[in-house]
Ligand binder design. Structure first.
Ligand SMILES: O=c1ccn([C@H]2C[C@H](O)[C@@H](COP(=O)(O)O)O2)c(=O)[nH]1
Length: 241
């Protein structure tokens, strides 16, 4: 890709008069919600999130793996290799799928799809089936060889619950809390400072003009193509050092 192609690609991508093209698709959005929920998990080894969605694309339940209410997660064990089963997490932890179903805010889940990071175990499969959920979208099937997963699949097949492994087009979705300020010139983000490339991209995308503001008084003309722009900004930054 040459400089002018990059320039026009960026211009097009950030055209404030056109509908965005890189928005999340529904499946990506719901799976990302499941992954975000997983970030709440205190499990040191495996964090699982689950998100239940109805036929109107409305989220009706969300959950992650954690200790039951009232069972202090600083006191109950998180280990998995203790000699005593009572000292391991497995007897206590509520799985993400169970929590998502129990957290539901819609009476009947019969039109729903469950998005989950990990293929459901046999205990969760029973809960999913009994709740009426008709479809499971999962990411990882790393326990495919385990009998609990084989049992889950047997039960899903028998009860007509579809299960589909989700392959996202985007491998990463980044959440940046500073992003909210990007579209407002009067509200320039204070932290972290923008690097040169970000200044150029923001100026090109927002102003449709060709100058970048450095501080209250100074601006620099960034020319009409991306390479010139980057060079101009780099030069100005050097002068300021
Ligand atoms: O379907 C599932 C399977 C497992 N989980 C949870 C339960 C535990 O907190 C971890 C598994 O721990 P490992 O250390 O990987 O054995 O994942 C779940 O929520 N849903």
């Amino acid at each position: 890709m040459n400089a002018s192609t990059i320039f026009f690609t960026i211009l097009h991508k950030f055209d404030v008069n056109k509908k965005r093209e890189d928005y999340l698709e529904w499946d990506e959005y719901f799976m990302a919600m499941a992954f975000l929920a997983a970030k709440r998990s205190k499990d040191p080894c495996t964090q699982v999130g689950a998100c239940i969605v109805n036929s109107n694309n409305v989220i009706v339940g969300i959950g992650y793996n954690g200790m039951p209410k009232g069972c202090n997660d600083d006191q109950f064990p998180w280990s998995k290799q203790s000699q005593s089963q009572l000292e391991n997490k497995y007897l206590y932890v509520c799985h993400a799928e169970l929590n998502a179903v129990l957290n539901k805010n819609q009476g009947n889940l019969s039109d729903c799809t469950l998005y989950v990071g990990l293929f459901p175990c046999n205990e969760c499969a029973k809960v999913i089936i009994q709740s009426g959920i008709k479809k499971v979208m999962y990411m990882s099937d790393k326990h495919a060889h385990k009998i609990s997963t084989i049992a889950s699949k047997k039960m899903f097949d028998a009860s007509g619950v579809k299960y589909i492994q989700f392959t996202p087009k985007k491998r990463k979705i980044i959440i940046d809390f500073d992003e909210i300020n990007w579209n407002d010139q009067s509200q320039l983000p204070t932290s972290p400072p923008l690097d040169n490339m970000s200044r150029v991209m923001r100026t090109l995308s927002l102003n449709n003009n060709r100058s970048v503001q450095f501080n209250d008084k100074e601006s620099v003309n960034i020319g009409s193509n991306f390479t010139d722009a980057n060079d101009a900004i780099a030069k100005k930054s050097q002068e300021q050092l």
